[in-house]
Design a protein around this ligand. Sequence first.
Ligand code: NFE
Ligand code: MG
Length: 504
Amino acid sequence: MKTVLIDPVTRIEGHLAVKVEVNNGKVEKAFCSGEMFRGFENILRGRDPLDAHQITQRICGVCPISHGITSIRAQDQAYKITPPPNGRLLRNLIQAANYIQSHIIHFYHLCALDFVDIAAIGNYTGKDESLTYLRDWVKFQLASNSTAPAAPFLPRYNTKYIEDHDLNMIAIKHYLEALEMRRLAHHACAIFGGKVPHPTALVPGGVTEKAAPDKIARYRSVLAKLKKFVNDAYIPDVLEVAKKFPEYFTIGKGCGNYMAYGAFPESNDDSVKVFPSGVILKGKLETFSAERIREDVGHSKFSSPTGLHPSKGQTTAAPDGKTDAYSWLKAPRYDGLPMEVGPLARVLVAYEGKVHPQLNQTIDELLKGLNLGPEVLNSVLGRHAARALETKIIIDRAFAWLDQLVPGDPTCTPFTPPDSSEGMGLWEAPRGALGHWITIRGGRIDNYQCVVPSTWNSSPRCDKNIPGPMEQALENTPVADPENPVEAARVVRSFDPCLACAVH
Ligand code: NFE
Ligand code: MG
């Protein structure tokens, strides 16, 4: 048995250490540790509730929109208000732009170098300006005396990467173009959000920005460029990776339980959403109930009581003295079970619920073309494919939302904050189901708890010693060379973990 430590895991957000015990070339046990405490839930106590969505957005620079929207949804409930149609649509559009940005950064700038041979750029002989520039820069860097030449591309694990030279060059070109696409997506987000990151326009009751015709036109023109990139580059590149690494349809099989809270409402009463809420337990789609959520801390560095519902949650840091604790993440569980959240969960809940005929048809055709059954979606490649597919769905819906905006109509519902109230905000961040719970007493925040997608996915063992979803996905992963555990890194990155959010 050999213990392999990946610490820190690079090309993710935040600070994650992964320890795997490898026996006979396979992972037997895995431990995922969130490595720092941040304390946002404690920072929020005693503050003005109207500061909550500004403060919680600072949990993350990648998904601030999700924290902002989840917080204002919790406040909407506490203040008993509903945004007008324009407010709902603008929230959807602000969030859509952030999904597109987030999924593009994940595939190209975080994951692609696990599969694409970046070193092949050294043999580039074509005339493309950006590729020539990159080739010369890498060569210059490698010849330099720097201790980390050609970072962030090198060093890297020694393993088999894509061998087809032309395919590598296309992927590297898209890697560079993806930088510009992310800029455009941020721009779209700021058109209605005011600024990025941490938009100022998100408020309880709706959005402060107006649905002005020039803004609608600008968003639409950016969205058209993003759509072209997603259709012409992102989706085909994911399929190419799937063709070159088909074994990753069987590697990274997770716990098999999926949960989505639902997001992107299509109706003002929240009853119809692009991504519906639901849980899949033992392969069966069930209705989601927030009552069944608990957070264990038996293996987490907290001395507050274990097994609390987030509406009554407590966060007391215990950096020392808990011998079984190995992570700064709590362990959220649904009916006592670990749940995978994120694009794969959203897509499977929608697929099982048959809410998008087009989505079901695409998945069925994809699986038929690959001669594979739906069970292979529970894998590294299943997660990448789900992320790409949902990006396409969101872009298509965003065009429809632009058409539905009514310039001149209100975007926000006025309200008077109550002295005492409670609220729960449920939403889907790019990385999965996100919940905020607020309790207001005497006009101040009495308690505020966040249960975050990456907390679900990257959680440590619960009190019953059941490993978290990512830990379970790492089990049975083949590791050919413990000095170069690229297979384990590919499994971890398929979840797109954000440890900054997860520890919050
Ligand atoms: Ni920091 Fe986030 C997303 C949230 S983490 S990126 O998406 O909430 O799971
Ligand atoms: Mg929390």
